[in-house]
Design a protein around this ligand. Structure first.
Ligand SMILES: [Fe+2]
Length: 310
């Protein structure tokens, strides 16, 4: 069975396929039958038992995610739904599809994620209040897909602020690129990603392969774009040439990748990680300005700080 989140349980929706609850280690019971409403009572029942995951048959995953995609688009377009609820819906949908893509990065799922991210882009570009809600919503756990969702949200918001939405050539590809920048980490052993302590030189060599792994996954699946190329390959390059994989310097690093790096540093510092406690937004921005600004473009960082002041 395939684990899915609870994104569809926001409002009266119909189950897009049979959805199950796990009982014990191996057993599943039917929670909602395909076509029947996901009623308020059913949702309350999940909340009562602190259930955060449902299950579907793997062969129904395309139906499930295409329904989730149309649900997300409808919510974004619905003038009767307020910005806060729109923000909640797109955040949980993006996180859910990214979880799936990191578990199984095949072309159909990557394309579904790209598709799902498009309404989020449209929301951020058109709705300032929703953007502020999204920035507040960014949740923190140790998972790569939550980190990627957060970098995606901040990346789009910063790119819009830095370039202006009208100056961006392909907004949807850029947005999806921010969400998928760390896709290569699905090939990094989980013990290295979650290691509670400093990495050995050998482990560091392995994790430093993720920019090229991410690029190769997108290339192998036939979904490469110019935006994806720069964001996957260059998001760990540093202005002073001390980054990886190529040690590019200053203007040789694409502006999209420079934006991704600032957001990536912020997100890594504010997240709860095995090797450090979470620090506040103010402390993080102060630390970035005092200690890390040498390897970031100052102009990009200044625009980033303004995101929190608007
Ligand atoms: Fe990365």
């Amino acid at each position: 069975m395939l684990a899915v989140g609870l994104s569809l349980l926001q409002g009266e929706r119909k189950a897009p396929c049979d959805m199950y609850r796990k009982v014990g280690d191996e057993d599943y019971i039917l929670f909602a039958q395909k076509g029947l409403p996901l009623s308020v009572d059913l949702c309350a029942n999940l909340a009562e038992h602190a259930v955060k995951t449902l299950y579907i048959a793997p062969e129904e995953s395309e139906d499930y995610y295409s329904y989730l995609r149309s649900f997300t688009e409808q919510v974004v377009k619905d003038p009767h739904i307020d910005s806060e609820h729109k923000a909640k819906a797109v955040y949980s949908s993006c996180r859910e599809i990214l979880h799936h893509v990191f578990d199984d990065p095949r072309a159909s799922f990557i394309n579904m994620a790209i598709d799902m991210i498009a309404p989020t882009m449209d929301l951020i570009v058109t709705d300032d209040l929703a953007t502020r809600c999204l920035i507040k919503l960014t949740d923190y756990d140790q998972s790569t897909y939550t980190h990627s969702t957060n970098v995606g949200i901040f990346g789009i918001a910063l790119a819009r602020h830095y370039f202006g939405a009208d100056a961006i050539k392909d907004l949807h590809s850029l947005g999806a690129g921010f969400f998928l920048h760390d896709l290569g980490k699905c090939r990094t052993p989980i013990e290295i990603i979650t290691k509670p302590g400093p990495l050995t030189p050998e482990e560091r060599t392995i994790i430093n392969k993720h920019p090229e792994d991410g690029y190769n996954i997108l290339l192998e699946n036939g979904v490469m774009t110019e935006e994806f190329k720069y964001l996957t390959l260059q998001h760990h390059e540093r202005d002073d040439g001390g980054g990886y994989p190529y040690g590019l310097k200053g203007k040789d690093i694409h502006p999209y990748a420079r934006i991704c790096r600032v957001v990536d540093i912020y997100e890594a510092l504010t997240a709860e990680r095995p090797y450090h406690r979470r620090i506040s937004t103010f402390e993080t921005l102060k630390l970035m300005k005092e200690k890390l600004v040498v390897d970031m473009e100052q102009g990009v960082f200044e625009h980033f700080v303004k995101l929190f002041l608007s």
